[in-house]
Design a protein. Structure first.
Lengths: 492, 331
């Protein structure tokens, strides 16, 4: 899969520009690399926005989202690329060999006010070290004569009060010099950012983010678990229900141009109908009738997931797209945490949905019947319960909840065709953690996974937060294989 | 349309490097799933470990390639133990979820910037780590005939790769027809019955996981060597799923099915892709329907549909025996 498919339009322009000068821009984990010219365009400085913290997607998706938010970053990139263009022509004129390369940059806060007298330590190959400080304009530069990797470390103690690195792990920036004569501009990401917040504040913010993520996982996991309980199907295509929900919302709101408040209910109904009713009616019910085995159905769901994922890519393209309405909503400061009104609203509705679903399970005839079916389908059938009807109801409910989970993600972070796939493993982890086939277990598991994913970033790099969640899953399975609320006989 | 070109591309792919990689991955899965009934969805993790174990020691530590192969086998044994110890006592779907999670852990760690130094981040590792291997290449020029086309390096990889596949298949054939192999199939059919005969089922399942995993990691060796680079995102869950498609296509629990499955799989993929591509470039397929960039997506959609259809209508695959392995067994 080519990266270009994932990039928003604005980034394609960069790709084209890069092509003009004969190089391909590649998206790397932490920087844009223009290979062979030897320039790392470090985007942390321009793209780190507070909102990107909330993004639960993969690291690279964070960056894609951040890209959309900050058009200035694009301009910055274009400028940098054009400067590369010129410096290349200069370099070829000068016949490179003994030309010095200048590493330079400006230390300024978020508002562009220069910060003087900040120490920067440079280390490089062959024992190269140099300490510099920024001048009154916040500028600094260092000349180097050898190729290699240079590390630039900013002295964080020199920053004035209230200013610090927005990402504390970026105190050292690596610059790869592959070719001499090409100057590198290096920016440290400074703002009143995360590091300025105390551990308590960061934990509180992450806990809120974690609860929201947990709720999204929980909405999806509840349906997955109900379906597993009643039919025994481990549905690998469940993530695609989220994606469809997101795409429907996007379609209704951005293309049909309905207001979001109207688009969302329609999307939920459509999602429940298509992913629940139609899917069960025309795919899974016939398979159950044929007596297809559980493992065979699992593989069918994998095939369905692959088909749908690329079908969505075919229709929608690889971009992450925001809804036109409420796209750049500012966060409300509630005590020590910041949270956008749209995410408060969408999560509250999500909680209402979960409560309603739980009441449905506990109080209504159909809900009780569904629990009877998950306990023992044959016995339930013998006692006069219409098992197929119960399964249909569970599919519609599960799909509706998962669709809404997709809606929450879409409203708050935008939608891409990979959305469901990114969430699927977390959903599985939550369900397994809580105990396969237990409805309330899924919710507990989801909250734990959501909180763990977010809070673990206090201690481990953000990009590894899912790894932490998956490792927790494996550890829980060793200690308590039936899950937190699972019954022992279920593990077989 | 250039049918000669399509034929050449398709036939070359049918016996090409990718077929070898997927055959090896599927032979490993055949051991796990076909003969022992283990639902391992982490085969991509084994391939990734094989691939990185070849590239990292050679590039970062200057260890000879031949020792790197041993490191790769050792690492995949360790990975199998890590996977197996917590999960082999559990029901099949737990194993599925944990193995898919573990493979994802491997990929995410491999692509993380934290270990950029050794593992190369999301760009992976590109370098001449296979030069010891290609130094033995007796072919000075590649093969260029109307029906087959390989460059010199690919030809060498293809020949050694098929030799490896043949050796492994032969060993598999001996193993599954031994008393040990019968025991494995007995575990697949009824674990409790085997346990009641006094066998340590856990230990046998672990042996199966290790053997299949090591075979999968040799697929990773071929993957890395053939491209002289390792890229983490090639080892995503899709790789595992397609390895399953290959296995089921040929028919699980048959020694030759992974090979045949892989050949058919790549034949179909490349054939369909070439037809579509030529159709689009020669304006036989209108632009509004399929753009040039969308051919790959159509291909994946067909693969998904194909997997579904195969599972629904012919779960025993092309050569599988429905009595030997009906995938319909209730787990």
């Amino acid at each position: 899969m080519h990266l270009k498919n994932y990039l928003p339009d604005s980034c394609r322009k960069i790709d084209q520009l890069a092509k003009v000068i004969g190089y391909r821009v590649r998206l790397s984990q932490s920087e844009w690399i223009v290979p062979r010219i030897g320039i790392n365009l470090n985007l942390e400085s321009v793209v780190s926005t507070k909102n990107s913290q909330f993004v639960e997607g993969s690291k690279s998706r964070n960056r894609r989202l951040a890209f959309r938010k900050s058009s200035s970053s694009v301009i910055f990139l274009l400028l940098s690329l054009s400067s590369i263009f010129f410096s290349i022509s200069n370099a070829s004129n000068a016949n490179a060999a003994e030309t010095a390369t200048k590493l330079y940059g400006t230390v300024s806060d978020k508002d562009g006010v220069a910060i003087p007298n900040v120490g920067i330590a440079v280390t490089g190959p062959e024992g190269f070290t140099k300490d510099l400080t920024t001048d009154s304009q916040g500028n600094w530069e260092v000349e180097i004569l050898t190729k290699g990797t240079f590390n630039l470390t900013i002295n964080q103690d020199d920053l004035p009060d209230g200013q610090s690195l927005t990402d504390p792990t970026k105190s050292t920036i690596r610059a790869n010099v592959f070719m001499l004569g090409v100057d590198l501009k290096i920016l440290f990401p400074i703002g009143p950012g995360v590091a300025a917040a105390s551990l308590l504040e960061r934990s509180a913010q992450l806990a809120v983010d974690g609860l929201i993520l947990g709720l999204v996982i929980g909405l999806a996991a509840l349906g997955l678990n109900l379906i597993f309980g009643t039919t025994g199907l481990t549905n690998f295509a469940h993530g695609e229900i989220l994606t469809l929900g997101g795409l429907l919302t996007y379609y209704l709101s951005a293309i049909v141009k309905l207001p979001v408040v109207i688009a969302v209910p329609i999307a939920i109904l459509l999602g429940a109908f298509i992913s629940g009713f139609l899917q069960d009616r025309y795919l899974w019910k016939p398979l159950r009738k044929r007596g297809t085995g559980l493992i065979a159905m699992l593989v069918v769901s994998i095939g369905l997931a692959i088909f749908l994922r690329y079908f969505f890519l075919f229709l929608f393209g690889g971009d992450t797209r925001q809804l036109p309405q409420y796209a750049g909503q500012a966060g409300l400061e509630l005590g020590i945490v910041s949270i956008t009104p749209k995410s408060i609203l969408t999560t509250s509705i999500g909680i209402v949905f979960i409560v309603l679903a739980t009441l449905w399970l506990l109080r209504t005839r159909m809900g009780k019947a569904s629990r009877a079916v998950s306990d023992n389908p044959a016995l339930a059938s013998a006692s006069g319960i219409d098992v197929q009807k119960v399964i249909r109801a569970v599919w519609v409910l599960g799909a509706g909840l998962a669709t809404y989970a997709g809606v929450i993600v879409t409203v708050n972070q935008g939608v891409s065709f990979l959305m469901g796939q990114d969430m699927l493993l977390l959903i599985f982890a939550a369900v397994t953690l809580g105990g396969l086939g237990t409805a309330n277990g899924a919710l507990v598991g989801s909250l734990i996974i959501g909180l763990f994913v977010q809070l673990s970033t206090l201690f481990i790099p953000t990009e590894l937060k899912y790894v932490g969640a998956l490792i927790i899953l494996i550890i829980i399975l060793i200690v308590r294989p039936q899950g937190i609320l699972g019954k022992k006989e279920r593990i077989g | 349309m250039d049918f000669l070109f399509i034929t050449q591309q398709t036939l070359s792919a049918t016996i090409g490097v990718n077929t070898i990689i997927f055959a090896l991955a599927a032979i490993g899965l055949n051991m796990h799933f076909g003969y022992t009934g283990l639902l391992n969805f982490g085969q991509a993790g084994f391939l990734a470990i094989g691939a990185y174990s070849v590239a990292v020691p050679v590039i970062s530590f200057g260890i000879p390639l031949w020792i790197a192969f041993l490191i790769g086998i050792f690492n995949s044994i360790i990975f199998a133990l890590l996977l197996g110890i917590p999960t082999l006592r559990l029901r099949a779907d737990y194993l599925a979820i944990v193995t898919i999670a573990a493979a994802e852990i491997v990929r995410q760690i491999a692509r993380s910037a934290t270990f950029n130094e050794f593992l190369g981040g999301s760009d992976g590792i590109t370098g001449k780590f296979g030069k010891d291997f290609f130094a033995l290449n007796p072919f000075k020029s590649g093969l260029d005939t109307p029906i087959l086309r390989f460059n010199a390096n690919d030809l060498w990889v293809v020949i050694t790769g098929w030799t490896l596949v043949a050796v492994i298949t032969f060993v598999m054939w001996i193993m599954v027809n031994s008393p040990w192999g019968r025991l494995m199939r007995a575990i697949r059919e009824d674990e409790d019955a085997v346990r009641s005969l006094g066998k340590n089922v856990y230990l046998y399942k672990m042996q199966s996981l290790i053997i299949g995993g090591v075979i999968g990691s040799t697929g990773g060796f071929v993957y890395a060597l053939s491209r002289q680079s390792v890229q983490p995102d090639n080892y995503g869950t899709a790789l595992t799923f397609f390895a399953y498609t290959v296995l089921i296509l040929g028919g699980a629990a048959r020694v030759f099915s992974p090979i045949v499955g892989a050949m058919i799989f790549w034949f179909l993929i490349v054939f369909i892709e070439q037809i579509l591509r030529q159709g689009v470039t020669n304006d036989l397929i209108p632009d509004w329907l399929i753009g040039v960039n969308q051919v790959g997506q159509i291909r994946f959609m067909l693969m998904g549909l194909g997997l579904m259809a195969l599972m629904i209508f012919r779960p025993q695959g092309i050569f599988g025996d429905k009595k030997e392995l009906a995938l319909d067994a209730k787990a």
